[in-house]
Ligand binder design. Sequence first.
Ligand SMILES: [Zn+2]
Length: 221
Amino acid sequence: MIQLYLFIIGSCIGSFLLATYQRLLLDKSICIPRSHCDTCQKSLSGILLIPIVSYVYTKGRCFYCHFKIPTYTLLIEILFAIFYLALYYIFPHYLIYHTLLFSLLFFISTEDLATRKVHSTGILAIAGLIFFHRPTLIGFIFLSLVIVLSTEVFNIQSLFPHIGLADLELILCFAMVDSVEKLALTVLIASLSMLPFHIAFKNHPLPFIPALSLCFIILCI
Ligand SMILES: [Zn+2]
C-alpha cells in the first residue's frame, strides 16, 4: 500500500515540478491560478487532476479543447512515480526523510533551471530538515552558517565570485550529511558535468543547483 502512495506522490511531484518550471519561465505564480489547460484556460477538476490517469483517460489531449498534451508530460510523471516508488526499497528506514529531502532538492533545482535564482526558503528548509534528522554540533554550525548566509548581511560571495550564494548554501547543507571526501566528490562531479555547458555557453549563468542535487542524490543511492 505504501508503494502505491509513493507511486502516486511521485507522479504528483513530477507533474507539479513541470508546472512550476513552465510557470516560473513565464514569471507567473506557481500557486495561482489552479491547474488549467494552457490553451483553453479551462480549470481542471476531478480525474483530470490525477497525473498519468488523466493522460490515459483523455488519450493525451485536453478534455475540453482536445489540444494535444506533450508526451514528455506523461514521461516525467511516470519517471518521478518510479523514482519515488524505488525510494521505498532503497531507504526502508528513513523513507520520509529522504522523500522530503529529495523533493526539496528537486524543487530548488527546478527553480534554478527556470530562473537561475533560488530563494533562501528552500535551502533553509533543506538545512533544517537535515539538522532535524541528524542533530549534531557540526550540523548546528553549518545550519547557523546557512542562516547567516541567507540573511545576506555579510558579502561572503565576493570571496567566491564564480559561484552563486545558493550554491554555497547548498554545499554547506551537504556538508551536514556527507564526509569531506564524499562532499568533495559531489562538488567535483557536479563541476565536471557542467564544464561542457560552461564552454558552450560562455558568459551565461548556468544552473549549478540541479547538477549538485543530482550528484548528491546519486551518491546517496
Ligand atoms: Zn484545453
